[in-house]
Design a protein. Structure first.
Length: 230
């Protein structure tokens, strides 16, 4: 069944998914949302591995984050959409790969990207990332990491806030002077202390919510530019 729909790229159609016997109602809602998400459709057409690629594209278009020749670390990179965008916009290629992505989920290879199959929370992960960059300091550290949801909103927020804090610490220890840090956070305030520290370490810090981030989602992104150096 189709009815009129709205949204960029939806072609005026809306696909309704019937609830199967063994499918939970929540799963049916998720599948219906995916099938009717214009960014999901565009990602398939444009060859991106996820709709999240458009979040980085929109942030970069507005804030000029990515530049040719930069070295970039992508934390929690699976399935690889942000790495794809970063490689294309910085000119990274297999002859001189400057993008490094890390995740405990397996990913298919990407041109111009070094992918590490490892949990970023492992003690040896920072050293592995720096080794993959040839010991060179990254110009951008970015993270779209979010903890697996438990269904309890405050718990989910705190767990994602922790990931934000450890990503910020990695950026603090590794970024080149003048570098930038981009990370997902959830609304809720638990990251306020970390934000205050970022404002001491970078020349500009602010929240952004790109159009590709669903309006109902509590996610925001912190963009910190102009790292002052350690």
């Amino acid at each position: 069944m189709t009815t009129s729909g709205r949204g960029r790229g939806d072609r005026g159609m809306f696909e309704r998914v019937k609830t199967a016997k063994r499918r939970k109602t929540s799963s049916t809602r998720w599948l219906q949302r995916q099938l009717n998400d214009p960014y999901v459709r565009r990602s398939k057409i444009d060859g991106y591995r996820s709709r999240a690629a458009y979040k980085l594209i929109e942030i970069d278009d507005k804030h000029g984050l990515l530049k040719v020749g930069q070295r970039i670390v992508d934390l929690g990179a699976a399935p690889g959409g942000w790495c794809q965008v970063a490689a294309a916009r910085t000119g990274s290629d297999d002859g001189d790969p400057r993008i490094v992505g890390i995740d405990y989920l397996e990913m298919e290879p990407l041109p111009g990207v070094t992918l590490l199959l490892k949990d970023f929370l492992d003690d040896d992960a920072p050293d592995a990332l720096m080794a993959a960059l040839g010991g060179n300091a990254p110009d951008v550290v970015m993270s779209d990491m979010a903890a697996p949801t438990t269904g309890h909103r405050q718990t989910d927020h705190l767990r994602t806030a922790h990931l934000f804090e450890v990503a910020a610490e990695f950026a603090r220890e590794t970024l080149a002077p003048g570098g930038a840090f981009l990370s997902k956070v959830f609304r809720g305030g638990a990251e306020s202390e970390a934000l205050a520290q970022l404002k001491r370490e970078y020349t500009s810090v602010h929240h952004v919510k790109p159009p590709a981030s669903r309006k109902e989602s509590p996610e925001l992104y912190v963009l910190a530019k102009g790292f002052r150096g350690r």
